[in-house]
Write a protein that binds this ligand. Structure first.
Ligand SMILES: [Mn+2]
Length: 341
């Protein structure tokens, strides 16, 4: 019931969030050219937040610079993606740079170079590990998604439209795994009911964002399952288990896929009956491995943090240097610790 309890916000917290929303809007109002960027390998929440913000900013008569090197095909349904900035970045100095869903300055993806050139910087996020790296930080760690935080700003400004509501819905659906994970709170549903009032195509958005996979993603899932290993979860009794899977670049080459084709793989691993923690590891470079943790009840944010990453209590990630076995050992050690061994 964690999601529910964290949403029973005190009056003081509600006031603080309202003040932050108002401050964000004041800052946006004063800027003209506004750069919008998400984290590297942008997910559905990052893309949706940037697209919703781009539509909102355009609606205010300002110039949004929607910064992605490319928006993955699976997010084609998100309105606002047509505003993608395709010009060169040299010589561009925005009045304001807003980083979305980005828990760490070093994780800003495409367009990161503009962060230091911008007159002012803002950080809108929901990662508990976010250190607040911008001039102005609006971080609500109790929110389901960055889109949920952004909703507060756009709603306060009276800027909601059907397109913006669709983009925000897409981000919420993505980050809550369709209202199922425990980041989902009462406020998530309250906001969603407001979004539905705009007549958004919610079935279609859900299908595209959650349920539709490319052939390559299916092969990615197959590989993740094939390589998976199940261990008894230390510190837990009975049938509780930990599941992990390690994929090398060689594995990907043989399957004809890339690291972009593992969307949802770690969540799928956690769906094993009895599994309390899942680890998905893939090779990102010769000596570089990306580790994703998902758990049902352990705090994997600390596990990822101990390896230089971060994230949420039930979903976190990091990157480590070393070979395949070293990466696996580091991940397992951190996971065992998270399980309270
Ligand atoms: Mn997010």
């Amino acid at each position: 019931m964690q999601g529910v309890s964290q949403k029973n916000l005190s009056g003081a917290v509600i006031k603080m969030v309202a003040d932050k929303n108002a401050e964000c809007f004041e800052i946006i109002k004063k800027a003209d050219t506004i750069a919008l960027a998400g984290h590297i390998d942008p997910d559905g929440d990052a893309v949706s937040a940037c697209c919703a913000a781009a539509l909102f900013i355009k609606g205010l008569g300002k110039t949004p610079l929607l910064l992605f090197d490319a928006i993955p095909q699976r997010y084609e349904i998100i309105p606002g993606r047509e505003l993608l900035f395709t010009g060169g970045l040299s010589g561009v100095s925005p009045d304001l740079f807003i980083a979305f869903d980005c828990g760490d300055k070093n994780r800003i993806g495409f367009g990161a170079e503009l962060f230091d050139r911008a007159a002012l910087t803002m950080n809108i996020d929901h990662h508990v590990s976010n250190p607040g790296f911008a001039d102005f930080n609006h971080i609500e760690s109790g929110a389901s998604s960055t889109c949920e935080v952004l909703f507060g700003v756009i709603d306060l400004a009276g800027g909601l439209t059907k397109e913006i509501a669709s983009a925000i819905y897409a981000g919420i659906v993505f980050d809550t795994s369709a209202f199922r994970n425990d980041a989902t709170g009462v406020n998530t549903h309250v906001i969603t009911s407001r979004l539905l009032e705009f007549g958004i195509p919610y079935t279609q958005i859900y299908d595209e964002i959650v349920k539709t996979h490319s052939r390559e993603e299916m092969f990615g899932l197959k590989l993740a399952i094939e390589n998976s290993v199940v261990l008894p979860a230390p510190g837990r009794g009975g049938e509780a288990s930990l599941i992990y899977s390690v994929i090398t670049t060689g594995d990907m080459e043989r399957a004809g896929i890339t690291r972009k084709d593992f969307e949802g793989a770690v969540n799928y691993l956690l769906s094993l009956r009895g599994a309390v923690l899942a680890i998905f590891i893939y090779q990102a470079g010769p000596d570089d491995f990306k580790i994703s943790f998902r758990s049902k009840d352990a705090n994997v944010s600390l596990a990822a943090k101990s390896l230089g990453g971060g994230g949420h209590e039930r979903a976190a990630a990091c990157r480590v240097s070393g070979d395949k076995d070293a990466a696996r050992d580091m991940a397992l050690r951190a996971a065992f610790e998270a399980l309270g061994e």
